[in-house]
Design a protein. Structure first.
Length: 294
């Protein structure tokens, strides 16, 4: 239950994630106006015409006047510069959250550029999304029943944390909290590595001399495995660079797994391969059945 509406909400980066946040809060009747800010005039115009935002702001000074809540929802590589630009205009009542897929870099940017406002900046990561991007892909129910991980700062006031939890909760999300370090380790394994592998597989096939033939015979298994290789390249460049240390560690672990599987193939060890596949299938089925609750 939300105690009071948010009034003026500013979304910087009105794409799939920022647009869906705006639509969800609007559907709940929790905002008076949503102000959009971004890099591309055309995509802001699109968001305006879709009713996702109510006005386009020319810059932070104008956007932050009497703002109640700001969501940063651009690629993570642009967030630190946005923090620096917004800092001089941030008013004492304004709460800030973000939707970045990485958290250590975001928290570092906050301590560098927004030191005077640490009580009311609550980093977040919605574990909901898609390989689609842009305002046209935004939906009011994107966060319904999905997790949002918060990595609160020790300096956050109890009230600010509660209000930001209310905002994400009003979008229909289930909330959890962890440290930025743990967050980046966890998501390197279960999100960033899988995206890297999907991009790598499709790239490898596409670069081959007989790629036309290979793609022409690729079926639903290839489609399922490669879906996330249709994700936004800039967004994933930024995520992989920001979390590159944890991602390299995951890649090394995965390369060891592949080396082991390669050895089993070389030895023609069918029973060991079957055991590996059975264990993997059982683990995936247990995950699908909801046996692993955070
Ligand atoms: N797509 C997904 O499934 C998920 C994405 N995220 C995170 O949410 C953020 C946004 O992702 P999406 O909405 O999917 O991307 P998107 O491409 O749909 O939207 C990003 C928006 O940010 C704007 N933008 C780009 N650079 C900017 C800058 N320097 N300043 C202001 N605006 C700028 C773009 O014009 C675009 O409108 C990223 O940080 C991403 O890591 C988090 C969870 C899921
Ligand atoms: O498309 C998918 O299945 C995703 O995995 C979406 C996604 C992308 C990035 C995130 O930080 C969280 C979720």
């Amino acid at each position: 239950m939300v105690s009071a509406p948010f009034g003026r909400v500013v979304v910087c980066g009105v794409g799939l994630i920022g647009g869906s946040f705006a639509l969800a809060l609007k559907r709940q009747g929790l905002v008076r106006e949503v102000v959009g800010l971004g890099r591309s005039r055309a995509s802001l115009e699109e968001a305006l015409s879709l009713g996702i935002i109510d006005s386009i702001s020319e810059g932070w000074a104008d956007a932050l006047r009497a703002a109640d809540l700001v969501l940063l929802a651009m690629p993570v590589g642009s967030m630190t510069a946005a923090m620096e630009a917004m800092a001089p205009h941030l008013e004492p009542q304004t709460l800030v959250t973000d939707a970045g897929s990485t958290k250590r870099d975001i928290v570092e940017g906050i301590y560098t550029h927004l030191r005077a406002h640490l009580d009311r900046i609550v980093p977040a990561h919605p574990i909901a999304g898609a390989e689609r991007s842009g305002a046209s892909a935004a939906t009011a129910d994107l966060y319904q029943g999905r997790k949002v991980v918060l990595t609160p700062l020790v300096e956050n006031s109890a009230e600010a944390l509660a209000r930001v939890r209310e905002a994400w909760g009003a979008c229909g999300a289930e909330l959890s909290e962890m440290s930025p370090q743990e967050h980046d380790r966890v998501f390197a394994a279960v999100s960033h590595l899988p995206h890297l592998l999907a991009f790598a597989l499709v790239h490898d096939i596409a670069e081959r001399a007989n790629s036309d033939e290979l793609f022409s015979f690729a079926a639903s298994g290839f489609r399922d495995f490669s879906r996330i290789a249709s994700s936004h390249p800039e967004m994933w460049r930024d995520i992989c660079i920001a979390n590159r240390h944890a991602l390299q560690a995951e890649l090394d672990t995965y390369l060891s797994e592949l080396a082991w599987i390669r050895a089993l193939l070389a030895q023609g060890d069918g029973p060991a391969l079957e055991k590996l596949f059975t264990d993997a299938r059982d683990a995936r089925n247990a995950w699908l059945a909801g046996h692993f609750k955070a």
